[in-house]
Write a protein that binds this ligand. Structure first.
Ligand code: IMP
Length: 451
């Protein structure tokens, strides 16, 4: 037992969080940091996330398993705040094992919620219905996309189930066949009635089929299912270092993002407390990851979006196609108003600026430094979908970034205009850039000490 006057266990916590609309290259940053930590921990989201990491020339696309799994001999923890599609998780485990990745360190919270068939069906049906219901606003103008453009992985309905409680199933329940059968029968009673109401073409689901598959998944996953809250606190008590890996990103956070065009979880670092049981006071280092430009997948406002050949060039050079859905990503200039907001929301100490090597070739790079709304101007972000759609970005032009960044191996190797771009970001958002990505390889990640 700890001494009653003991102040705090000696371990430490680092968080890595996306500062834009996802796909910032968090997987690569986690991969870089994982060696110096004992466990990586996911706290939010589900199989909607797509973390793409290149190790030894091999590309791995991870959705549910923390990217830290690729570091040998470390724990990879799926926290209680994640919604887990057990069949997708098993597929991912099998896929990694086939490629000889050691997955023995993977642990899943017994309190993570389960994504089942009806969540994915509901996600898709809602999206189709919303698209069909797309209407006009009061002034007769097109009201914009009705649907959110979700990944259709059942994320929203699974989180809604958790909040609704009675029909939700947690990973630990998968080890109790009677509970699984009873809960899924109850859920199907509700879902079949509800989804038939939503769509005449819906075929009612058979609860016993879903339940037996869920029970099989439970058997496969059982050695990995733990109370991860106590596990994490025990690790901290032993002086271990934890690395929290945010999925999706701050501007998709259900509270702080561009609502309603967001995901359904707390993606910002404030999600770590509810999503793992580790309190925010334990965080000692917060690294925000941002691309040198902006991308977004799905619907919703993106003030700096490009619809021209410049955007097309960035999309091609940056290989901006979704890891999870393969959709082409929307591309735009770096939005410093949004970035500064995300730095503020997360209390970011350091920034990892990724994909800087995609910008050379752009004749006149620009960054957004304010928004114009009608006659007024603001440098404050507006986390509201309807209002943000109406803003006009105010830009600052910068010098074209030099070619050849991919060959840089240290910060000092970076040419003048590339450095000026980084300094412009630092000045505007008030945080230091300590990591710069100039290519997909581990050796193309330039790191410097924090000032
Ligand atoms: P959902 O998370 O599938 O419900 O999708 C909600 C919105 O978040 C959609 O616009 C998705 O494209 C977006 N989204 C969710 N996860 C990610 C991610 O990891 N990267 C980029 N966009 C994401």
């Amino acid at each position: 037992m700890p001494e009653s006057n003991e102040i705090r266990s000696p371990g430490s916590c680092t968080a890595v969080v996306g500062l834009q609309w996802g796909d910032e290259g968090k997987g690569k940053v986690v991969d870089l940091l994982a060696e110096g930590h004992d466990a990586t921990v996911r706290y939010n989201g589900g199989a909607n996330a797509g973390h793409s990491v290149v190790v030894g020339g091999e590309r791995y696309a991870l959705h549910l398993i923390p990217s830290g799994i690729l570091a040998k001999g470390k724990l990879a923890v799926v926290g209680n705040g994640v919604v887990v599609d057990p069949e997708k998780l098993i597929e991912e485990i099998d896929g990694l094992e086939r490629r000889n990745v050691d997955v023995s360190g993977l642990v899943i919270s017994n309190r993570a919620h389960v994504v089942l068939d009806y969540h994915k069906i509901e996600d898709a049906l809602r999206e189709d219905l919303l698209a069909a219901a797309k209407g006009k606003n009061a002034s007769g103008k097109d009201s914009g996309p009705g649907q959110i453009g979700t990944t259709r992985r059942g994320i929203g309905p699974a989180y809604a189930e958790k909040i609704n409680r009675a029909t939700a199933l947690r990973i630990g329940d998968l080890l109790k066949p009677d509970v699984v059968r009873e809960r899924i029968a109850l859920a199907c009673g509700v879902k079949n009635a509800m989804l038939q109401g939503i769509s005449g073409s819906y075929t009612p689901l058979n609860p016993s089929d879903i339940a037996e598959r869920a029970i099989e998944c439970g058997k496969r996953l059982s050695p990995r299912i733990r109370d991860t809250t106590y596990l994490l606190h025990d690790l901290l008590g032993e002086g271990k270092r934890l690395l929290f890996e945010g999925a999706n990103a701050t501007l998709l956070d259900v509270d702080h993002g561009t609502f309603p065009f967001v995901t359904s979880s707390s993606c910002a670092v404030s999600g770590i407390g509810p999503g793992t049981g580790v309190p925010p006071s334990r965080l000692s280092r917060i690294i925000g990851v941002a691309k040198a430009y902006s991308t977004r997948v799905g619907a919703g406002p993106m003030p700096t979006e490009l619809f021209d050949a410049v955007g097309e060039g960035i999309r091609t050079r940056g290989r901006e196609f979704g890891t999870t859905t393969g959709r082409p990503r929307r591309v735009g200039w770096l939005d410093l108003v949004a970035l500064r907001y995300s730095v503020m929301i997360n209390g970011v100490d350091e920034i990892a600026l990724t994909l800087l090597d995609v910008l050379p070739g752009v004749e006149r790079p620009r960054v957004c430094i304010a928004y114009r709304i009608g006659e007024s101007k603001t440098d404050r972000f507006i986390p509201d979908g309807a209002t943000l759609t109406t803003v006009e970005p105010v830009y600052q032009d910068l010098q074209p970034i030099e070619q050849g960044l991919a060959a840089c191996r240290t910060f000092d190797d970076l040419p003048q205009n590339a450095r000026a771009y980084i300094e412009c970001v630092e000045r505007f958002v008030g945080a230091q850039v300590t990591i710069v990505g100039v290519g997909p390889g581990r050796e193309q990640t330039l790191v410097r000490e924090r000032r």
